[in-house]
Design a protein around this ligand. Structure first.
Ligand code: BES
Ligand code: MG
Ligand code: ZN
Length: 480
């Protein structure tokens, strides 16, 4: 799919609000549409007249005018994308209008975000690949807005490439993406865009004393990898540190999951996929902000070396942890990755992203990212980015009792708190212990990272959440 500036294109796309008078088509066709009530302008609604001896137009509804927003534009244009694909339209022309409170560049970007989603398919493992949909989309824009829209196109293409990269990584099964291949992928793809990648091997992880991470990893025959990705365009600027949960498979360990819950646990590296992909977009767009991403990648498996329910383990920080449940493994790997960032990288802030708890899905539903934070300021920035990019995010409260509940009796911390204590919150509180007072936001993406059905502009399977939010957050961090 190609997006260009210009006024060519075989099919003309006309956007209309709910209740608008139809324009841009012949009087005869207009009469026909009206008489038969074929188009009202509801969001995503389409009337088209395509093919030989036709007017080659598509009417696209945008919904109510006073409800226009970037997300409504994305969703309306996803519907257009589906229609273009179903009718194999080879080229089309879209007039970029000035909507109330939204600039041309953002409108063009939202349009692309919506349409381009129809080109995503996860067919790596199918013998017969899905048909590629090729279409040239021309944007008709005012002369003095051409350059800004052109730059906007380049940027959103990089972001969506990163979103698709994230989806692919999450959709790929655990016999394909495991710590070694995840690290290799990060190195190969990120070095192409100028991000420096270092992969620490088991021996190096041992010398760092990442005991919590190693305890989870020791039940697998596959060695763990600690992936460090650096994008440092500025001198003397503290980096934003992104940490992604990188469990390439979560069987639950000795607290084994039932088969039904285990089958999707190839997706337990969704956090790492999102930070790797964000680094790709940040590198490609040469965003002027220092960022370092960290991933402690391993599998949670069962063998004779696996850690047990009841073990007391240590951590890089030196705090000891009672392993109440081997299935609460993510926070153990994150504890060491976060502490590495906090103690060695002098971070401006830390954002961790993890498919961490089923409790988060219980609390907020499967479409919403749950956040825990120690910083109103950094949280506000993340929230603003999520709202702007159309990703759902809500912050949990943290009270004294939540903090009390993660304290252990024979170890310093518990990896699972008692029933009824708020599992999504206490998982975050556990992580906070390792941030060393750095401004920090924890994003639990257990719900929105992967879904058995399509929603919003996301396909079924992996969504690419929260790549768009993270990119926007990094880009805007210094502004304001
Ligand atoms: N990876 C899971 C969380 C998860 C659940 C992600 C559903 C995506 C969808 C995590 O490691 C886990 O197993 N959490 C346990 C924690 C419990 C033992 C306290 C859970 O949520 O059940
Ligand atoms: Mg688990
Ligand atoms: Zn897990």
């Amino acid at each position: 799919m190609k997006f260009k500036i210009g006024n060519s294109g075989i099919v003309k796309v006309i956007t209309l609000f709910d209740g608008n008078d139809i324009c841009g088509i012949s009087e005869e066709l207009k009469k026909y549409v009206k008489e038969n009530k074929l188009f009202n302008g509801k969001r995503g609604e389409i009337f088209s007249n395509l093919g030989p001896n036709s007017e080659n137009v598509i009417l696209l509804g945008l919904g109510k005018e006073d409800e226009i927003s970037l997300e409504n534009i994305r969703r309306a244009f996803l519907s257009l994308g589906k229609h273009l694909k179903a009718n194999n339209v080879k080229s089309c022309n879209i007039e970029v209008k000035k909507f109330d409170g939204i600039c041309y560049k953002l409108t063009a970007q939202a349009i692309i975000e919506g349409i381009i989603n129809v080109t995503y398919a996860f067919d790596n493992f199918l013998k017969e690949k899905k048909d590629k949909f090729e279409c040239e989309v021309f944007f008709d824009v005012l002369e003095d807005k051409k350059e800004i829209v052109e730059n906007g196109i380049k940027e959103i293409e990089a972001i969506m490439e990163a979103v698709f990269m994230c989806r692919d990584l999450v959709n790929r099964p655990a016999n394909d993406i495991y710590p070694e291949t995840l690290a290799k992928f990060a190195k190969e793809e990120l070095e192409k865009v100028g991000v420096e990648v270092e992969v620490l091997e088991k021996k190096q992880i041992e010398s760092l004393k990442m005991d919590a991470f190693l305890s989870v990893a020791q039940g697998s025959d596959l060695p763990p990898k600690f992936i460090i990705m650096k994008h440092l365009p500025n001198k003397d600027e503290k980096p934003i540190v992104l940490v992604g949960k990188g469990l390439t498979y979560d069987s639950g360990g000795y607290a084994i999951k039932p088969a039904t819950g285990m089958v999707t646990m190839k997706t337990d590296m969704g956090g790492s996929a999102s930070v790797i992909s964000t680094m790709y977009a940040v590198g490609k767009m040469k965003v002027q902000r220092n960022v370092i991403a960290l991933v402690a990648s391993c599998e949670n498996m069962i063998n004779g070396h696996a850690y047990r329910n009841g073990d007391i383990i240590s951590s890089m920080k030196g705090s000891t942890i009672e392993v109440i449940n081997t299935d609460a493994e993510g926070r153990l790997t994150l504890a060491d990755a976060i502490y590495y960032g906090a103690s060695k990288l002098n971070p401006e802030c830390i954002i961790d992203v993890a498919t961490l708890t089923g409790a988060c899905i219980q609390a907020l539903g499967s479409r919403v990212i749950g956040a825990v934070s120690n910083s109103d300021e950094v949280f506000a920035k993340i929230k603003e980015s999520a709202d702007f990019m159309g990703e759902y995010l809500w912050r949990f409260p943290v009270y004294e009792e939540h903090k009390e509940s993660v304290k252990g009796k024979v170890g310093d911390l518990l990896n699972v708190t008692a029933p009824g204590t708020g599992g999504a919150i206490t998982a975050g509180v556990f992580l906070e212990h390792f941030v060393e007072n750095t401004p920090w936001v924890h994003l639990d993406i257990a719900g929105p990272s992967y879904s058995s059905s399509a929603w919003g502009t996301n396909p079924e399977g992996a969504s690419g959440t929260p790549v768009k939010t993270l990119y926007n957050f990094v880009k805007k961090y210094n502004k304001k």
